[in-house]
Write a protein that binds this ligand. Structure first.
Ligand code: DC
Length: 218
């Protein structure tokens, strides 16, 4: 029996995580937050004090990455048995994740770890290259985006709610730099799959986005 896959790709802060989790819950499907795998690797690399230019060492850390995901209301991620959920959300972690995600060898090592999430009754996969590289065979693909300003405002609100210090102008600059890095890299850049549904969530509520994606599946 073919395993249904819904891919939701797009830049950071477009609402992919929230939308993907809500849809996975509604459908009773598994959820892959591929960004959290790159973010976990960023934390593991920092923990091992590996230089960001030492590609072979980063690849070794990627090969030995032991992660556990607990999917409740919030996604809990453990690295070597230790809860790293709080660190995962830090802007610095996202920045390093984006840098090491540009390394083709790293992407190769992490490819199978992501494909292993494809299990019955189905999978919602959120990331940058889910519909183009990791699950090109998926029958339902979405490209979810929003303006950089809107994405920065949402990110700022999330951080303040989590009582993490934040500066809006700095976040806009970081988001734009990360978009450029994710789109300009040669391996699996952030790009819309030719068969994906394009949704701009700038002026949409989360519920409206969820409804539009569910219509696609129906
Ligand atoms: O979605 P996120 O912000 O948690 O992702 C963090 C970084 O990881 C992102 O800037 C680029 C990288 N990433 C990637 O290259 N490919 C993916 N499928 C998911 C994330």
């Amino acid at each position: 029996m073919p395993i249904p896959v819904l891919t939701i790709d797009g830049p950071s802060g477009a609402g992919k995580g929230t939308v993907s989790r809500l849809i996975a819950k509604k459908l009773g499907w598994h959820y892959l937050d591929s960004g959290s795998i790159y973010r976990s690797l960023a934390i593991a690399v920092q923990k091992a004090s590996v230089d960001l230019n030492a590609v072979d060492e980063i690849v070794k850390v990627a090969e030995g990455l032991v992660l556990e995901f607990e999917c409740g209301d919030e996604l809990v991620v453990k690295l070597d048995g230790k809860d790293i959920t709080h660190q995962l959300g830090l802007e610095q972690t996202g920045g390093i994740a984006s840098q090491i995600a540009a390394l083709p060898k790293v992407r190769q090592v992490l490819l199978k770890k992501q494909q292993d999430f494809k299990q019955l009754p189905g999978l919602v996969a959120d990331g940058r290259d889910m519909g183009t590289v990791v699950f090109p065979e998926a029958e339902n693909k979405v490209f979810l985006t929003a303006s950089a300003e809107k994405r920065a405002q949402r990110r700022y609100k999330q951080l303040i709610e989590k009582e993490i210090d934040a500066n809006l102008v700095k976040i806009i600059n970081e988001i734009e730099a990360r978009d450029r890095r994710d789109m300009d890299r040669t391996t699996a850049p952030l790009a819309m799959a030719s068969d994906a549904l394009y949704i701009d969530s700038s002026d949409m509520t989360i519920d409206a986005v969820v409804e539009e994606v569910l219509n696609l599946i129906r």
